[in-house]
Ligand binder design. Sequence first.
Ligand code: XMP
Length: 546
Amino acid sequence: MAHPDGQVTASSVAAELADESAPIEVGPSGTHLDEVVVLDYGGQYSQLIARRVRECGVFSELLPHHVGVEEVRKRKPKGLILSGGPASVYADGAPKLEQELLELGIPVLGICYGMQLIAHDLGARVESAATGEYGRSTLTVTEPGRLLAGLPAEQACWMSHRDTVYTAPPGFTALASSTMSPVAALEDVERGIYGIQYHPEVVHTPYGQEVLKTFLGDICGCDLTWSAASIVEEQIARVREQVGDAKVICGLSGGVDSSVAALLVHRAIGDQLTCVFVDHGMMRKDEGAQVVKTFRDTFQVPLVAVDAEERFLAKLKGVSDPETKRKLIGTEFIRVFEEEAAKLAEDGVGAKFLVQGTLYSDVIESGGGTGTSTIKSHHNVGGLPDDIEFALVEPLRALFKDEVRAVGAELGLPERLVWRQPFPGPGLAIRVVGGEATKDRLDLLRDADAILQDEIRGAGLYRELWQSFCVLPDVRTVGVQGDERTYGYVVVIRAVTSDDAMTADWARLPYDLLEQIAARMIGELREVNRVVLDITSKPPGTIEWE
Ligand code: XMP
């Protein structure tokens, strides 16, 4: 899949990510850091397990359960965790446990389905219970053993299972029971095999993190010193080694991922990096200027800022169909980027490498996990050119979003950029809905949005919300202001909470705040005479309106 000379294109990377048999390279392999592998059996919380392990101070990778024992061995992990999953060990086609995984000479912890697999395969009685155990439960520790040492005899825990372990396998000690599970924790210290039926990774299990720490520290013997910030130096060394003295280019969007990636690479190779910021005129108020100021002035990163507003507006003339808008903007973005890359090459040698802010969740989503194996089309909009060839530099490939923010803060990125809410590639164009995104309408939306942001920040709610923004439909309504009839635009307030944008809930903003926002929009923006609130969750709605 790689280009014959070792270079890759965006599409080859996408294909490679989607190929489940391809080795998944993300981690700090080759470094001195301890690593624990989490094998994903399809559980809802598998990613969370990997994150919690990292929060304990141990680097972890989430791999599909079918990667095979060699793939696990390659990483030289100090421990292995088998995640939960939706299957019953008795179901046709249920994921199986490779026995060799228990013979790697490292401790193994099975969680939920992971524990049932271990128990079942090693000869315990595992059966489907008449009643499942879902949600909060009470764990009664009968024999703390190594895994539950030092924890209270009674504690709350979070369960989600129907199959139940009734007896511990030969050689194992049953450590605890719960309301519906005769064996809710077990261990065989000699063989280094441990299991818990409940979910230590969710917040509803108050001692969950303690159990993970015991497993990682006392049982696996890991050094609990890893942190996202600790990888900065390591990534700098890696980038230097990867690019040598070649030129590198980076498309900067102002989002946290591309910003952190760019800064990290700049730290590594200085002026060998040139950032290209394409202002398509669909940004939020003053956002383009902030990006330029931060990177060019504060961090002195060589930056080409292209004011391409007119080009994009010309393309959007007469267009109201959402998909057409997205495609036009995506294509134009690529064109502008290519032109700038070509201009840079005119002065001598062109860039050989392209910086991408790919995150670990993208890696998992694209086939690194057991879930879907297609790249989200979102990621291609306003993304990198598909047909020009660069080798990719992806310094954030091993990190989750919150870890990227920690690295950003470590690198001195301003708080405003570190905590920026996600913003779609096509920008405000997909928030001017039901008609053409003209300059006038975009400007009006930008002003309304600036008021919303100002108020949300003022109320201290910006970080709590996944996203907060305005939508401007092509709708005008009658109003009355100062004894005069008005015919003005409606502004929609959209604010959601979410963990990953896959699902979202509409945010319950305080009434007083909403009143203040509406009053300001109608008072300060002549063309607006009505403000409404979107109270649709996702599903059934999407976060964006187009
Ligand atoms: P929806 O509207 O599908 O959005 O619920 C989910 C998340 O994706 C963001 N989004 C985009 N991000 N390019 C992006 O980089 C895009 O074209 C795009 N469209 C939607 C959206 O803001 C939300 O966070």
